[in-house]
Design a binder for this molecule. Structure first.
Ligand SMILES: Cc1cc2nc3c(=O)[nH]c(=O)nc-3n(C[C@H](O)[C@H](O)[C@H](O)COP(=O)(O)OP(=O)(O)OC[C@H]3O[C@@H](n4cnc5c(N)ncnc54)[C@H](O)[C@@H]3O)c2cc1C
Length: 394
């Protein structure tokens, strides 16, 4: 902390996005406070693979490499996938991606959220420029021309030139600042589980669009697949109530038995799905990042990847301000962050939303249209390459 009793930046929320930002800022020489209500659960290799996994894009892995945490993550448990196969239940088109087409090592890596959080938290604990304040929550906030002050639930205060809310989809700090959001409830839940299939997953991420649902099989190191099955609420309730054998039969059928029968499943969990976009990303000495700024449909597996791109942009803006010896909370600099990230995130969110609507319908003309669209993209290498590069975060 500086002599004036003030941090350069306070990051509220140490999920994957907030922790990555705090680490990146500290490594660039800034003095950072991190406020988080709970220490993330420890990750042990002997534990069952956690049900929450993410598909990390190459751009996210590049960031983790630069932060020097990727070796710890990948050597613990991460499964690279080199191919992706997308198809539709009602139309003949299909779309195939291969990492080699874009000279990438992999299209992405499937990693447990808990492992990433654990490795990042350990790195935060070791970092000299970071003050971890945990457990703590922010109860109110105020700003003047020099600082933003946070009042914590134990009655103490934290002051910083700049405060970043990385406290997730239900961001309490975003609400305290009164930032409005645009919301859409998909009336769907994503069922997640790890399953055994008759045939090997072939280091491939598979996604099938079924009317009113999408089902993705993502490869795990132990040969199982991690599934994300997004279905209407009532259907989710029905599927969750099935016994394991009946669930495996229903899942195998929804996946068109592409990997043969589903022969076993882990426990299952389900998450409600919604679109939530903050109407602005900045306020006085304040910025939103990650799910606090944007929550998107998981069908493209991009939520945390977009959040980590926010990290790169905001870190760039703040470090540039520090190098120029200017105010870290200057609205001028923050506007650049907002302009760049809000448009990209909104574009991505609306694209996933459109895909969800187009592929969610069982109307025959729409089914024909999406069959044609998949086939057309697959047959046009430049267009396909553009999609692949976007998904890789390039
Ligand atoms: C089923 C499903 C599958 C998904 N698959 C993918 C995928 O394949 N690829 C992908 O990129 N994304 C995926 N996502 C999205 C991804 O999980 C999220 O985008 C990501 O977890 C958001 O990270 P975050 O750090 O912004 O927020 P969070 O992970 O929500 O972290 C928020 C942090 O803030 C803390 N916090 C909460 N309240 C407070 C408070 N009041 N004060 C301080 N701290 C607080 C929390 O304890 C937590 O540590 C998926 C999502 C779902 C639901």
């Amino acid at each position: 902390m500086s002599r004036r009793g003030m941090h350069d930046v306070a990051v509220v929320g140490a999920g994957m996005v907030g922790a990555a930002l705090a680490l990146a800022l500290a490594r660039a020489g800034l003095d950072v406070a991190v406020i988080e209500p709970r220490v993330p659960a420890a990750w042990r290799s002997a534990d069952e693979v956690d049900l929450r996994v993410v598909a990390l894009a190459p751009s996210s892995v590049d960031l983790f490499r630069r932060l020097d945490v990727w070796t710890a993550i990948s050597s613990a448990r991460a499964c690279a996938y080199r191919h992706m196969h997308v198809w539709d239940a009602l139309a003949p088109g299909k779309l195939d991606f291969d990492a080699a087409d874009n000279a990438e090592l992999a299209l992405g890596w499937i990693v447990e959220n808990r492992l990433i959080q654990h490795v990042l938290w350990q790195a935060l604990e070791r970092e000299a420029g970071i003050r971890l304040i945990c457990p703590a929550r922010v109860t109110s906030t105020d700003s003047d021309e020099r600082r933003r002050t946070l009042l914590l639930d134990d009655g103490s205060t934290v002051a910083a030139q700049m405060v970043v809310a990385a406290d997730g989809a239900d961001s309490a700090l975003r609400n305290l600042l009164g930032v409005p959001t645009h919301d859409r409830d998909y009336a769907q839940r994503a069922i997640v589980a790890h399953v055994v299939t008759e045939r090997a997953h072939q280091a491939t991420a598979w996604q099938r669009f079924v009317p009113q649902a999408t089902v993705a099989f993502l490869p795990l190191n132990d040969g199982r697949s991690s599934i994300v099955w997004s279905v209407q609420q009532a259907e989710a309730t029905r599927l969750l109530a099935l016994d394991d054998a009946a669930f495996c039969r229903a899942l195998g059928a929804a996946f068109d038995f592409r990997l043969g029968a589903v022969t076993a499943t882990s426990a299952r969990a389900a998450f409600p799905l919604r679109l939530r976009l903050a109407e602005h990303y900045i306020a006085a000495r304040f910025a939103l990042i990650g799910d606090a700024a944007h929550v998107v449909h998981p069908l493209a597996g991009q939520g945390v990847n977009l959040g980590l791109r926010d990290v790169e942009e905001l870190c760039g803006v703040l470090v540039e301000a520090r190098t120029a010896k200017s105010d870290l909370g200057s609205v001028h600099a923050l506007r650049r962050y907002e302009r760049r990230r809000r448009s990209e995130n909104a574009l991505a969110a609306h694209a996933f939303d459109a895909i969800q609507r187009l592929f969610g319908s069982d109307a025959l003309p729409l089914a024909m249209l999406r069959g044609l669209a998949l086939g057309a993209v697959d047959r046009m290498p430049p267009l396909k390459q553009m999609f692949a590069r976007r998904a890789a975060g390039r």
